[in-house]
Design a protein around this ligand. Structure first.
Ligand code: URA
Length: 434
């Protein structure tokens, strides 16, 4: 580092904006280790308390993007557009092949589950043989041949974020809008994309629990992306109950295949169509919104998107027969229904509590690096607003043992509220911008 770290930290602590050159110097120190953990922790806390303006947030994002390997996809013809969801639902599994089936090039580099939120990579790896450790050459070749590739982030991509995220995690500094913006966007921009669709989930199952915070994050990411030359459309979608019905890795793959067949849960399809139509429009594949929406619906209904998913599974070494026969994904040893003790309407379904129960069943990790159980999880047979009769199945628990299932059944009894009247409807699309 060229500057004295303590002087830069004092500048941030006192609420002044760091210049582009100072941010670059700090990122160098983060990557080469000359900034110590103590100094990095202090910097991150000062950044959380003082915030950063648009110019400084853009500088952090750019320098973090350039701290490691950046995909150069200029040899792949076509507009490269990706989608990022904060707090993953299973919608990427449908969205990526759907957008690609309409001519968008989708270079999707994803993460594993984080806390209670699921990870696209864990879901894909529940497909026998599916490889997510694609080399850059393999990634580019698949994009050129199929228009879609879904790979795990490697250690070489945005190394500054890996160190910053690990320290944020243990210094109570994850919740800064500027740090989240730079973290998410540096990784997306390193994919070599030309435009981005952003889906900020909002509600108890999401990172952003209230609409004001979700709006602040969406505006920050979208404006920083534009500042760095990447057009971005942002949506805020509801995550105050699970999206779709399945919570768990192979269970969500089965649900995605259903959706790609033109069936599946209505809320999952609605979100997928809105976001895929955004990608199609940003890529310039359809000019009018209505045409983009209709094209997405048709591709789901006529098998075009499913064919692209099958080709992607095969291209990445997976068993393409799962597309026609999802039972090849296997099943949990113990599948137990949870019955309603009284009839009425589902007034509330707590997505955070359901996700925590799914993690305890083995669908996610309690500690970093833990192996997950691909087939375990929960199916929510009744969603908010649906009528329930006494004795009807509210949930299906998919567990690896009877003991695990018993614990999950007891927990699930407390996560659902049944009332005499249906609740006020809550829209799925809470806001859109850009
Ligand atoms: N996801 C990320 O990649 N980074 C954050 O800071 C938060 C969520």
């Amino acid at each position: 580092m060229q500057n004295l770290p303590a002087l830069l930290l004092a500048k941030k602590r006192d609420g002044h904006r760091l210049s582009d050159a100072e941010v670059a110097d700090l990122v160098t120190g983060i990557v080469d280790g000359s900034l110590t953990d103590a100094q990095l922790g202090a910097l991150l806390m000062a950044g959380l308390l003082r915030g950063a303006d648009a110019r400084e947030t853009a500088a952090w994002t750019r320098e973090m993007r350039d701290s490691g390997f950046v995909y150069d996809l200029s040899a792949v013809p076509g507009a490269k557009v990706d989608k990022h969801s904060t707090g993953g639902g299973g919608d990427s599994l449908v969205l990526a092949p759907l957008a690609a089936s309409l001519g968008v090039i989708v270079p999707m580099v994803s993460g594993r589950g984080l806390g209670h939120t699921g990870g696209t990579i864990d879901k894909l790896e529940s497909i026998p043989g599916f490889r997510t450790d694609l080399s850059p050459d393999e990634f580019e070749a698949l994009l050129a041949r199929l228009g879609v590739a879904m790979s795990a982030a490697t250690d070489r991509l945005v190394p500054a974020d890996r160190r910053m995220y690990a320290i944020r995690d243990v210094t109570a500094t994850v919740e800064s809008v500027s740090w989240i913006t730079a973290s998410i966007l540096s990784k997306k921009l390193a994919e070599g994309i030309e435009a981005l669709v952003l889906d900020v989930k909002c509600g108890r199952g999401a990172f952003m629990r209230d609409l004001d915070r979700a709006r602040e994050l969406a505006e920050s990411i979208a404006s920083t992306a534009r500042e760095l030359g990447c057009p971005c459309r942002a949506r805020i979608t509801d995550m105050d109950q699970p999206l779709g019905r399945a919570v768990g890795n192979s269970l969500e793959v089965v649900e995605a295949i259903e959706c790609l067949r033109g069936h599946g849960p209505a809320d999952l399809r609605e979100v997928v169509v809105v976001l895929a139509a955004d990608m199609v429009e940003l890529a310039g594949r359809r000019r009018e919104r209505e045409q983009a929406v209709r094209a997405c619906e048709e591709a789901l209904d006529d098998g075009t998107a499913l064919a692209k998913f099958r080709a992607m599974v095969e291209g990445q070494g997976g068993d393409p027969a799962v597309v026609d026969d999802p039972s090849r994904l296997g099943a949990a040893a113990c599948i137990v229904p949870v019955a309603a003790e009284a009839g009425g309407f589902v007034a509330d379904l707590d997505p955070f509590a359901i996700a925590v129960t799914a993690v305890k069943l083995g669908a996610g990790r309690r500690v970093p690096g833990e192996a997950i159980q691909p087939q375990v999880g929960i199916v929510c047979c009744k969603k908010r607003g649906e009528a329930v009769a006494t004795g009807e199945t509210l949930f299906e628990v998919h567990a690896k043992s009877a003991g695990d299932a018993e614990t999950a059944v007891a927990e699930l009894a407390t996560v659902i509220t049944i009332a005499d009247a249906p609740p006020e409807p809550r829209p799925l699309l809470l806001a859109g911008m850009g």
